[in-house]
Design a protein around this ligand. Structure first.
Ligand code: ATP
Ligand code: MG
Length: 423
């Protein structure tokens, strides 16, 4: 019978990969805690209307990437393509905005029906961070400093920061008109995608990856020249903080981000080592979104970090060591040792909670058990045979460094192992 395969673009994370993910999750959640940010856990499914209203009708996500279906009640539901909309929905629903600024983060899978390729999947993972209820450039700066700290803690190098300001909605509308004028005058050189966007979402033309369009995009009017005064001051203050903190960045006037809800600051962290899907982390300010979703006018800023790309980058930079599931493997030879091995292991785990100990299953000869011990990747085999049972000892065999086997008394074993684990 034909074996069933996973859905294209939806990856299994296998046991040899999960330790890398766990490490990233642990490092990032510690950094987040060090800034006083709190975790929020949100549903994977939301009413379709939520994404239409927040992300925008004419964005790539809403136009063609959402997993939307009618459920048994006849309601239109969508698997979340991103986390900000659900996060704001939850904040409004539970009235969380009453006690000053909220510093939140969430983690989990997102779903977009994109063409699967390296770094682009249909189920992918994001850590999202959102700060609501404060409008100053200090928050934008803190978020960027935090991401820079992520990279340092993970030992990542060569991520480049790109920065832009989209200004106020009014400034953007004025700019948009100039942009439409400009591209309309050059409509003959646009590709089909860009012609379609000319009237629906002209800013996205700036984002085009088509090499044939680069020259004309280069000549297009720049949003930064149309900024309103408040946005300009905001942007300058942010740049000043980044400069004082020695965070290098490049202003990219073409950075517009794909979603409708951004205002003022937008940024991306990009790597050259991931091929064409090089953006690892992206975010910005979205001062209009809360109101757009039926709340008061509350400023907000956030970012989302793509874990799939982050883990891939760690691999590119040689930061992933092959994971080993166990430190110790318990070999038990003979009926009595076999009978006692499970409880023996339980006592050892009680004494050394940090030790990772695999017990041999299903008996077998000394030789075959030792082979399994070796294959487990464990550093040491603990050998419990008839003699050891009688003497109250355990033989400890170093499987990796050819040290002579040692006989250790059972009541000294946990101290002995603790010492070895530290060495
Ligand atoms: P892109 O331009 O690559 O499509 P985007 O603007 O759609 O990115 P965001 O919605 O800002 O991406 O998501 C933030 C981050 O999440 C991205 O920078 C990336 O790291 C990750 N990401 C987005 N879409 C995918 C995907 N389909 N597969 C894997 N990671 C993704
Ligand atoms: Mg996209």
């Amino acid at each position: 019978m034909k074996k069933i395969q996973a859905i294209r673009g939806m990856n299994d994370l296998l046991p040899n990969q999960t330790p890398h993910w766990q490490r990233v999750e642990e490092v990032l959640s510690r950094v987040l805690a060090s800034y006083g940010y709190q975790e929020i856990r949100l549903p994977l499914l939301e009413p379709t209307e939520l994404f239409r209203r927040s992300i925008g009708e004419v964005t790539d996500i809403v136009e063609k990437e959402m997993y939307t279906f009618i459920d048994r009640n006849g309601d239109s539901l969508t698997l979340r393509p991103e986390g900000t909309a659900g996060c704001v929905r939850s904040i409004l629903q539970h009235g969380l905005l009453t006690q000053g600024p909220l510093r939140l983060w969430y983690y989990g899978p997102m779903f977009r029906h994109e063409r699967p390729q390296k770094g682009r999947y249909r189920q992918f993972y994001q850590i999202g961070v959102e700060v609501l209820g404060t409008k100053g450039p200090d928050v934008d700066a803190e978020l960027i400093l935090m991401t820079a700290r992520f990279w340092r803690r993970l030992g990542l190098q060569d991520l480049r920061l790109q920065l832009n300001s989209l200004g106020s909605p009014a400034a953007r509308i004025a700019y948009r008109e100039r942009l439409v004028d400009f591209f309309t005058a050059h409509e003959d050189v646009l590709d089909e995608d860009s012609r379609r966007r000319l009237h629906s979402n002209p800013l996205r033309i700036l984002d085009s990856k088509n090499p044939a369009l680069q020259e004309i995009i280069e000549q297009a009017p720049q949003l930064l020249d149309y900024l309103d005064d408040d946005s300009r001051t905001h942007f300058e203050a942010l740049r000043h903080t980044l400069d004082s903190a020695d965070i290098a960045y490049k202003i990219n006037p073409r950075l517009v981000r794909g979603l409708d809800y951004y205002t003022r600051t937008v940024f991306e962290w990009v790597s050259d080592q991931l091929g064409s899907q090089g953006t690892v982390c992206a975010g910005g300010r979205y001062d209009g979104l809360v109101e757009q979703l039926g709340g008061q006018s509350i400023p907000a800023v956030g970012f989302a970090l793509g874990l799939d790309r982050l883990v891939a980058l760690l691999g590119e930079q040689g930061r992933l060591k092959a994971p080993i599931p166990a430190d110790l493997y318990l070999v038990a030879v003979g009926p009595q040792a076999e009978r006692e091995s499970l409880l023996f292991a339980e006592r050892l785990r009680e004494a050394i909670p940090a030790a990772r100990l695999q017990v041999n299953y299903g008996g077998g000869s000394f030789k075959s058990q030792l082979k399994r011990a070796d294959r487990s990747g464990a550093r040491w085999a603990l050998i419990l045979g008839e003699d050891e049972i009688v003497q109250g000892t355990v033989s400890v065999k170093d499987l990796r460094q050819g040290q002579p086997q040692e006989l250790v008394s059972q009541d000294k074993l946990s101290d002995y192992i603790k010492q070895q684990l530290q060495s």
